[in-house]
Design a binder for this molecule. Structure first.
Ligand code: TYD
Length: 394
């Protein structure tokens, strides 16, 4: 299967590799971030893939519970699952700090989370969580211990796993015949429409489209029967999937999504080349904004030291000379420095308009939540800089 490179995002450090004071001056491991399109399955992926152990280990800084938006989303999905599928057993792949499984009875859930520093949060609360990578071997072990499960859920995780063959075979082992697989990931069409090229970094091996996912799933006798469009993470899809032998009706949302993706040209390399051109323009525009503000001696800080912003900052060559510091609520990121760009990350404790003029919104995917929280700053004339759908000041 031939992969066609369509986007080069330059030399990048590992996106979640926040630097400590000690290693800030050491040479960082960098790689060339290129994005490719595979014409048979229509799958979009990054070219260079790192071993999982390098990225998902006992130092993983990401916490699912860090935003109200995510907590609310998991709560409403859990209610829906209970009402609609009445599951006896639920398995989550990538359970992180338990933001989803905490909505269920402890003896009904199994969580799989290879990053032991986050997995231990739920284990301490007596949830059945396993600090292991999702695999056929683990699936067999869980099947033996708990029996089949009626719902498998995985949000923002499958895009992190290189071997999708192992993933789906392992799911098929433990998912009951009438069981439901629910996958949630950023949507490729939204990424292209909104020019959110920062969805690509070493951890996001894939950004899925419906058409690519359908092409992959059919090899495992699985099919999508419903798709919910979510605003999460800048536009995600929640795919409801069943075994082909399960006679559930296919919802019209599947046809609508497939159609709109084909109309947009997600099956065609030309669409991706056009996106690459827009990304180059986005870099020029963002740099112009920063230069103009710096020339006027404005104070610029960052809000939300996201993995995504690592791609933006390193692609656009923006560093500590432009952004004074980032504010972030995640403990494991505080008092560290952003990868590559070496911008200090400081604990969030409110915004002082007298000291800050402009804020680069790294966590743009939580814009509504953050703007609500920072009403005062905005009222006093404080401004935000955002790169999507095109770089602008808000
Ligand atoms: P997120 O965009 O979910 O992830 P990724 O790192 O995968 O690109 O990360 C959001 C970051 O923003 C996280 O480090 C927490 C931070 N944040 C705040 O500091 N304050 C906030 O109000 C919110 C919503 C997030």
């Amino acid at each position: 299967m031939k992969k066609i490179n369509f986007l080069d995002l330059g030399n990048q450090p590992l996106a979640n590799n926040y630097l400590t004071k000690k290693n800030k001056f050491k040479k960082e491991k960098k790689y060339r971030l290129k994005v490719c399109f595979e014409n048979t399955t229509k799958l979009v992926s990054i070219e260079k893939i790192f071993p999982s152990k390098l990225m998902f280990n006992n130092k993983y800084p990401y916490r699912s519970s860090m935003s109200k938006t995510m907590i609310k989303s998991f709560q409403s999905l859990s209610k829906f699952i209970i009402k609609e599928f009445k599951p006896k057993k639920i398995l989550e792949i990538g359970s992180n700090d338990g933001a989803f499984i905490k909505n269920f009875n402890k003896n009904k859930t199994i969580g799989v989370e290879p990053c032991s520093n986050v997995e231990k949060i739920t284990r301490k609360l007596n949830f059945n969580t396993y600090s292991e990578y999702w695999s056929k071997k683990l699936s067999k072990k869980l099947l033996k211990k708990f029996g089949e499960v009626d719902v498998v859920y995985s949000a923002n995780t499958l895009s992190h796993i290189k071997n999708l063959n192992e993933v789906f075979n392992a799911i098929n082992i433990i998912l009951s015949e009438k069981g439901i697989l629910i996958l949630e990931d950023p949507s490729l069409i939204e990424c292209l429409k909104r020019n959110t090229y920062d969805q690509f970094y070493n951890e996001h091996i894939y950004v899925f489209s419906t058409i690519a996912l359908e092409n992959i799933l059919k090899k495992y006798n699985l099919e999508i029967f419903k798709i919910d469009k979510l605003s999460i993470h800048g536009g995600s899809n929640r795919y409801f999937i069943k075994k082909k032998t399960n006679q559930r009706r296919i919802h019209k949302s599947v046809i609508t999504h497939r159609k709109s993706e084909l109309n947009y040209g997600l099956n065609n390399i030309t669409t991706y080349r056009k996106f690459a051109t827009r990304v180059k323009k986005s870099k020029i525009k963002l740099n112009k904004i920063f230069k103009k503000l710096k020339d006027k001696n404005k104070t610029i800080i960052g809000y939300g030291a996201t993995a995504k912003s690592t791609t933006i900052l390193n692609y656009c060559n923006i560093d500590y000379n432009t952004i004074d510091y980032f504010l972030d609520t995640t403990k494991d990121k505080q008092n560290k420095y952003t990868p590559g760009s070496k911008i200090p990350i400081i604990k969030y404790s409110g915004l002082d308009r007298n000291k800050i003029d402009y804020i680069f919104l790294g966590a743009w995917n939580f814009k509504d939540e953050i703007f609500k929280k920072e009403k005062k700053f905005i009222k006093k004339g404080g401004k935000f800089i955002i790169h999507t759908p095109y770089p602008k000041i808000l």
